[in-house]
Every structure is written in C-alpha cells, then in structure tokens.
Design a protein around this ligand. Sequence first.
Ligand code: 5GP
Length: 120
Amino acid sequence: PKAPYDDSNIFAKILRGEIPCRKVYEDEFALAFHDINPQAPVHVLVIPKGRWVSWDDFSARAEDDEIAGFVRAVGAVARAEGLVEPGYRMLANVGQHGHQEVPHLHVHLFGGRQFYAMVS
Ligand code: 5GP
C-alpha cells in the first residue's frame, strides 16, 4: 500500500504557501529553501512538489519524469548555491532509524565548510 501522506506536515504547508520559507529555487518538480536551523554555512532543503513521504515512497512510486525532475533540481540547487567547487554533502533521512522528522521527502544540501567522516 502507498505510505499515508499527512497534508498537515510543515513542508506541505510551505508548498501551499501557508507558512513562509527563504526560497532559493523553484521549478515544476521541486522547491528549495534554507533550513530554519542550519548545520553549515549553507544548509538548503530540496523537496519534491508531489505528496511523497520519504525517499522510499518516492523512489518506489513516483513517475519517471518526477524522479528525473527532482534529481536534476537537487543538482541545479547545488550549482546555483556555488557548492560544486569545493564540494558539498547531500543527505536524505528515511524513517525512524534515519531520524526523519518531517514526513515529506527532503534532501539536505550542506556546504560552505569542510565535512568529515559520517558521525552518529
Ligand atoms: P529531517 O530530520 O526530517 O531530515 O530534517 C528536517 C529539517 O527540517 C531539519 O533540519 C529542520 O531544521 C528543518 N525544518 C523543520 N521545520 C522547518 C520549517 O518550518 N522551516 C524550515 N525552513 N526548515 C524547517
């Protein structure tokens, strides 16, 4: 069965324009905005416009054009933010063990500093 999607999640409200965000990018498939609690000099979240709970849900069930559009948007945001040189980190938390807090798929882009080996 399709994972239940909760339309009251905070990113759904951002997509509907019900709460503000610091937008950095938007196209047909994706919206990107600054994380409210940045963990790096650049910390941007990229979310698909579709009602997808997580990477698992999205990768299993989204249409190919949505997947391609979203993946290309993540790359476009990283380039637009000037992250490609000298590099950046991207991350998607999935579910309970992944410590996913917001149940709408989001990819974190972190940049502007050196990162080290993955920790906790
Ligand atoms: P998760 O743990 O689900 O991967 O990450 C959720 C992220 O969303 C966190 O980094 C948190 O700071 C961010 N976040 C939570 N609420 C808001 C909000 O209302 N606005 C923005 N811009 N970011 C949020």
